[in-house]
Design a binder for this molecule. Structure first.
Ligand code: AMP
Ligand code: GLY
Length: 425
């Protein structure tokens, strides 16, 4: 099978790596990591004409879209309308991620537990609502804002300022409509699933680390590291993530004439009594969650994705029992990330990586002399595998230490919650 993966970050390198065991890989535009696995095609994922032409020219059997923007722009609809197989939701179904207001309406209609929230396009109304609701509050731009559109506001004044900024265009049209939401306490959990619109295959649970600094301090980032699986996500909790979240939402999507297929990622909040609420849906793998979930997956992803995209009979595996291995990924970022990353530093990677590690490229590129340099905020993802999370963490850190570039920034406390649980057990 010939597979085209659209995108060029750490997530896409990981998807290419996972699928390369059973397929020939193309990646658009890809990065130096995907170049080692398959063929990179210099195409902008938003250029649908170029993607369609590449699919035709390279006789691609299946296209898999990594990031949210091309999904929201309707790349799957376009490919399918031209007779090609593509994995992922069409633009209408992708609104579960691209419109937080739409996702909230679907959750409420489906009876899914989620934070109470109200929508606003009018500043005065938003400010009035904030003034009469308890702190803290969460203010969200409804549209896609590159992961920066949700702001947890400790007090009403911050919430009002944030609402004003969003409605005034801080995130462009993504903030024309905002949501003001009740703040939920607890521990966050990512549960990624594959679905054909009816059946669901839950992948191992994971946890992201959004803050730049150790101890979950400093500014929010795209994610500084992740681990899988998460021990609080036992079979009973995963059952609820299936029965009380996925199934009712998929039924509502089908009822509305926009059946959902592809990846359905639920960002959950688990409170102290173990109850779950949905914070958000994504219509793609998480980044860096993919860098830990795919390496511990005990199944052939290619076969599942193909059957879903080609509408062939599909039997999902039941992966609700804990994965047989654990993985931790440590993101190596450029100095100045996330505000103003300094790029262009020479990267040195040891010839032989430490055992049980995988190095995924995110923001790297070769210069005209063939020297590998930093080319983005998040540069590389150092994944370690092990029998348990502490062992995987040690390997991830060993790899993170072995890779060099000037000003390398990374956290040494990825998976700290799980390490604390392991220590207490
Ligand atoms: P979202 O883009 O909606 O997932 O929000 C991004 C992040 O903001 C989440 O991962 C949470 O850390 C936080 N967040 C979003 N909504 C809430 C909420 N209602 N209560 C507490 N934290 C939230
Ligand atoms: N790591 C969070 C996300 O991909 O949305």
């Amino acid at each position: 099978m010939r597979i085209l993966v659209v995108g060029g970050g750490g997530r896409e390198h990981t998807i290419c790596w996972a699928l390369s065991r059973s397929a020939t890989i193309f990646c658009a535009p890809g990065n130096p990591g995907t170049r080692d696995i398959g063929t990179n095609l210099p195409i902008n994922p938003s250029d649908q004409d170029a993607v369609v032409a590449a699919v035709r020219e390279n006789q691609i059997d299946l296209t898999i879209i990594g990031p949210e923007a091309p999904l929201a722009e309707g790349l799957v609809d376009r490919l399918v309308s031209e007779g090609h197989h593509a994995f992922g939701p069409g633009a209408k179904a992708a609104r579960l991620e691209s419109s937080k207001a739409f996702a909230k309406d679907v959750m409420v209609a489906a009876g899914v537990a989620t934070a109470a929230s109200e929508k606003f396009t009018d500043e005065a109304r938003a400010l009035e609502y904030i003034a009469s609701h308890p702190e803290p509050l969460v203010v969200k731009a409804s549209g896609l804002a590159a992961g920066k559109g949700a702001v947890v506001c400790p007090d009403r004044a911050t919430a009002q300022r944030t609402a004003r900024e969003m409605l005034a265009g801080k995130f462009g049209s993504a903030g024309d409509l905002i949501l003001v939401e009740e703040f939920l306490e607890g521990e966050e959990l990512s549960v990624i699933a594959l679905t054909d619109g009816e059946q669901v295959m839950l992948l191992p649970s994971s946890q992201d680390h959004k803050r730049l600094g150790e101890g979950d301090t400093g500014p929010n980032t795209g994610g500084m590291g992740a681990y899988a699986p998460v021990s609080i996500a036992g079979p009973a909790l995963l059952d609820r993530a299936l029965k009380d979240v996925r199934e009712p939402v998929l039924a509502k999507m089908a009822e509305a004439g926009t059946p959902y297929t592809g990846i359905l990622y639920a960002g959950l909040m688990i409170d102290s009594s173990g109850e779950l609420s949905v914070l958000e849906f994504n219509c793609r793998f998480g980044d860096p969650e993919a860098q830990v979930v795919l390496p511990v997956l005990d199944t052939d992803l290619t076969e599942h994705m193909w059957r879903i995209a080609a509408n062939e009979p599909w039997s999902p595996d039941d992966l609700r029992q804990a994965a047989s291995r654990a993985a931790v990924t440590t993101v190596l970022a450029s100095p100045g990330y996330p505000v103003a990353p300094v790029k262009g530093a020479v990267i040195s990677i040891p010839e032989d990586l430490p055992s049980d590690t995988l190095l995924f490229h995110a923001g790297t590129s070769y210069d005209s002399d063939g020297v590998l340099r930093t080319a983005g905020g998040r540069v590389l993802c150092a994944t370690g595998l092990g029998a348990d999370v502490p062992e995987a963490l040690a390997r991830s850190q060993c790899l993170a230490d072995a890779v060099h570039f000037e000003g390398k920034v990374f956290r040494r406390d990825i998976a700290w919650r799980e390490v604390a649980r392991a220590g207490a057990a």
